[in-house]
Design a protein around this ligand. Structure first.
Ligand SMILES: [Zn+2]
Length: 437
């Protein structure tokens, strides 16, 4: 199945059979998927990422929005997708979907003759237990770490399958340009009418969920940069009062100070509760929104210095700043490299980056997989590309005389499973989980 690394059978076996610790997902709840019924169709596989590549290839934004709406039937959706699928299907997003369709549903390809078959196969599988079948039995994921991003006021989503899922506290909710204070009050019973009261709201979440969560998560590059200064508390208090007591708009510097202070508060609580801190660095999902000044991993450097006992998990290899991530993780003992999402953003850059990380950063600090998808089917194709890319990268290092095959297999096991399991303190599972795929 693995093409190039086949001559390293032990390495291939390890990559194929090692259960994955999936450091990052946004998956919908299974009950929401089951409730889709006949609204589940092939276009559900496109959610978020492939749609962005279709738009980049020329699809109109309105057509892209209709792909995930309910007002078109699947024939009308295919008519809109067809001209752009052939342009975008060779990218990582498209490859991951094609692999899922072929290897999970047994349909050779997605095209005008097969899209109805794909939909029918997805609906036939849409029974209770579908998430465990897709994520554990097919993709071979041992645990996944969930970041819920469905609505601005939900910091922590309860009620997910505890046998396979662990969750993060989405502290990005505390850094919004407009804080959802009504949502927080409804949940916590605390009306945030001052900076002190807002800190009590944040504390409520930490006190209630820190023992259950495996990390906190900040994905703020979608709306602001990664440079967090440490303003004096009175500056944050004044900004909070101006905006949320007097209802006045904040100057950019005031808004930044308020958000900076909120994140520093969360970092101190993360230190207290020994919770790792996951941070989005690098590429942004979507179209027409990439601001390369907002995504640089090196902007976080002062935090690594100020919080030496807080463990940072930097996402998406900082793409396209993977060299910065390598340097930071090499230099700071508390900085870790996470390949989540990267395998489908740019599969070849991620292979090369993995080689760089292995040759630069202590290998215990590399986390090799996070699906980062919204629809569970997508985990499989992404996991295939990650396992394949990992084996390919390591095989090249063996060929070049840099690694021995035994070391390469050990490293594969560490980066696909052991490192993240230890980092997030997840329970062990049997060594092999997958049914034959
Ligand atoms: Zn994500």
């Amino acid at each position: 199945m693995l093409i190039f690394p086949d001559r390293y059978p032990r390495l291939c076996e390890t990559a194929e059979q090692t259960p994955l610790i999936d450091t990052h997902e946004h998956l919908q709840e299974e009950r929401d998927r089951l409730a889709l019924g006949d609204r589940l169709d092939f276009a559900c596989l496109f959610r978020a990422y492939l749609l962005a590549d279709l738009v980049s290839a020329g699809m109109s934004r309105s057509d892209a929005e209709e792909m995930t709406a309910d007002n078109l039937d699947q024939d009308e959706k295919w008519l809109r997708v067809a001209p752009f699928w052939d342009r975008a299907r060779h990218g990582g997003y498209g490859r991951a979907i094609a692999l899922t369709i072929r290897e999970v549903y047994g349909i050779p390809d997605l095209n005008r003759d097969t899209y109805r078959d794909v939909t029918a196969a997805m609906r036939a599988q849409n029974r209770p237990g579908v998430h465990r079948r897709l994520i554990r039995e097919k993709a071979g994921v041992s645990w996944y770490v969930l970041h819920h991003v469905g609505d601005a006021g939900t910091v922590y989503r309860e009620g997910i399958d505890p046998a396979i899922c662990r969750r993060v506290l989405g502290v990005n909710c505390f850094l919004r340009d407009s804080l959802p204070l009504d949502d927080f009050a409804a949940r916590t019973g605390i009306r945030a009418d001052s900076w002190e009261a807002f800190q009590a709201v944040m504390d409520w979440y930490f006190e209630r969920y820190a023992a259950d969560a495996v990390a906190i998560k900040n994905n703020c590059p979608y709306w602001r940069g990664l440079r967090f200064d440490d303003p004096p508390p009175e500056r944050a208090a004044a900004a909070f009062e101006k905006r949320y007591v007097h209802g006045q708009a904040l100057e950019p510097g005031e808004l930044k100070a308020l958000q900076d202070a909120a994140f520093h508060f969360c970092l101190r609580r993360a230190a207290t509760h020994d919770l790792p801190v996951q941070i989005h660095t690098g590429y942004l999902a979507g179209n027409r929104n990439l601001d390369t000044d907002r995504i640089r991993p090196s902007d976080l450097t002062n935090l690594f210095v100020q919080y030496p006992h807080v463990r940072f998990d930097l996402f998406h290899i900082g793409y396209p700043y993977q060299g910065e991530i390598a340097a930071l993780a090499k230099n700071f003992p508390n900085v870790h490299v996470d390949l989540c999402w990267a395998w489908i953003i740019d599969p070849y850059a991620t292979r090369r980056a993995l080689q760089t990380f292995i040759a630069t950063v202590p290998v215990n600090k590399i986390f090799g997989f996070g699906g980062d998808v919204f629809t569970a089917d997508g985990v499989y194709g992404h996991a295939r590309i990650a396992r394949w890319g990992t084996a390919w990268a390591l095989a090249r290092m063996i060929d070049q005389g840099y690694l021995g095959e035994g070391d390469a297999a050990t490293i594969a096991r560490m980066i696909l499973h052991d490192n993240a399991r230890e980092f997030f303190d997840l329970p062990s599972r049997p060594a092999t989980l997958r049914s034959s795929s």
